[in-house]
Design a protein around this ligand. Sequence first.
Ligand SMILES: Cc1ncc(COP(=O)(O)O)c(C=O)c1O
Length: 465
Amino acid sequence: MLSTKIQIRGQPLHRIPKRNNRVIHSVACGVSTKPLHRESNVLSRMSGPSSGSVPTKSDKSHFLSGDVTGKFGRFGGKFVPETLMSRLIELEDEFHCILSDHEFQEELTIALRDYVGRETPLYFAGRLTEHYKNISRTIGGGPEIYLKREDLSHCGSHKINNALAQAMIARRLGCSRVVAATGAGQHGVATAAACAKLSLDCTVFMGATDIEKQFSNVLSMKLLGAQVKSVEGTFKDASSEAIRYWVENLDSTYNLCGTVVGPHPCPIMVREFQSVIGKETRRQAKQLWGGKPDVLVACLGSGSNALGLFHEFVGDEDVRLVGVEAAGLGLDSGKHSATLAIGHVGVYHGSMSYLMQDDQGQILKPHSVGVGLEYPGVGPEISFLKESGRAEFYTATDQEAIQACMRLSRLEGIIPALETSHALAFLDKLIPTLSDGAKVVVNCSGRGDKDLDTLIQRGMLFPNC
Ligand SMILES: Cc1ncc(COP(=O)(O)O)c(C=O)c1O
């Protein structure tokens, strides 16, 4: 068999088989597997301390891409039943192939430009900058705030960057059906759109309460031709159900993971497809002010928009990386999604990472007004960035996020998603600590049209109209 050398983002070269796509098609989706029992251990967890080294800040190789087995220090891995291993290995091979496949990369680049609308602007938020300048009464110009406008992407969030690329992989693998799980519905809409474009059947699992809260996105998914299946519970339950569906339909189905969690290669793959955000930001910062950003800020559900922005800058130690988790009703209330603030290491949905769990190792129910932040864990690379001290993590409450959403809407005429609003809320604490002229880039990960019902229910619209 022919072989080729593949280089993943400047990391050590390793050999993988070079394969004819037609062969991959028949192997990958025609793999014959026995249906698994519903209690498959793909959904099982192990909690408590684990082996493996605690990363250090100087451990650059892991910062840049994870090792070849998808481990970031002690985080990551493939905690799945043996029956799934062949599919994950096929996926890993295919992912490595497309990284150096010019045809794939060209098709993706054109689709990102003409379909998604990239590059997205790096927008100077002048009135928001002025707002903080007035509050802190600085004599100079104060720190400058820029928004990376992922909300302007097709379907209204960063999720399309990954959904489109993975749908292209599903098509290459010869899968006719895509299954996905969604919380806020943004990943569901992005996946439904990508599947419509590529003529793939699409099934999206979504928690019943999320369906109620984000109904406009459910309607969009249906209009785009997807089947939306309601699951009792929230995003974590929808994710479990999507995995079960995938396991039972391995022959024809591709599981399109929407964030940087799950077994290797899912976290690395999603991060790779989202890293376009940071690459553009570096270029745009150079054009706009001739340098790099000083601080990058992103909300943290599981970590795809945060890593999308951060990854390009992980090796630039003069750039601060700040992730903001959902403190919900407060960290003491038990109703939040602040995994890194209170979590412990365990295994869930196929990989090792920080999780919200009780003393018995049972997963805690997450809460946030930003439905897309309601996941009881974070991706392994995020856990690594925390443990190594390379990135900083803070929290914002529901109320702080709602206030930030109102503020950006009124000052800049931009309605951010309630998920994004957590990152914006943290500016209240961050900006007064920064020096004059510091450049802060906030990932505006999505638009907030989907959240209008929530804002009405919280009494935010009608009293002041
Ligand atoms: C607009 C928006 N931002 C952020 C997130 C959080 O996801 P992640 O942490 O993977 O970026 C979501 C999830 O649905 C979202 O819809």
